[in-house]
Design a protein around this ligand. Structure first.
Ligand code: HEM
Length: 119
């Protein structure tokens, strides 16, 4: 029994990813970053990434977090806004508190590779 399974497996991770992307393209704190992005591809890569990180049977085929986000000028505030949106999405999918914390704990250290500005 892995975190991936507790997130709902393939279908759960796909739905969580779709909802997070929907929130990210709506939230004024983050939406500007996604204007020119191929969201279908991003959905696929992000789902792969989350599947891999949570112990699912997936290979992540994208680039490193530093390669992907470098130069995008992402602020710490935007990062925290996305974390907050993910927290809400996981709540909406009734992911247990411990599993939510486990996933967020895996993602938190990536901040240093993603954020370029304090605000
Ligand atoms: C822990 C937090 C985050 C994780 C795990 C994450 C993960 C990813 C992944 C896996 C990709 C796809 C990589 C690829 O295509 O090779 C991606 C792309 C992207 N991310 Fe993030 N991300 C995070 C935070 C953010 C934040 C806070 C923003 C902006 C507010 C952001 C903006 C983007 C954009 C714009 C792309 C698409 C880049 C492109 O295709 O040119 N990400 N992210």
């Amino acid at each position: 029994d892995s975190l991936y399974q507790r997130l709902g497996g393939d279908a759960g991770v796909a739905a969580i990813t779709a909802d997070l992307l929907a929130a990210s393209t709506r939230d004024p704190a983050t939406r500007g970053s996604f204007v020119k992005v191929d969201l279908r591809r991003l959905q696929r890569m992000l789902a792969e990434h989350l599947c891999h990180l949570s112990g699912g049977p997936c290979q992540y085929t994208g680039d490193t977090m530093k390669q992907v986000h470098g130069g995008l000028g992402i602020s710490e505030a935007a990062f925290y806004a996305m974390v907050e949106n993910l927290r809400n999405v996981l709540d909406a999918h009734q992911v247990a508190q411990a599993d939510k914390n486990a996933l967020l704990a895996i993602l938190a250290p990536m901040k240093r590779d993603i954020v370029e500005y304090k605000r």
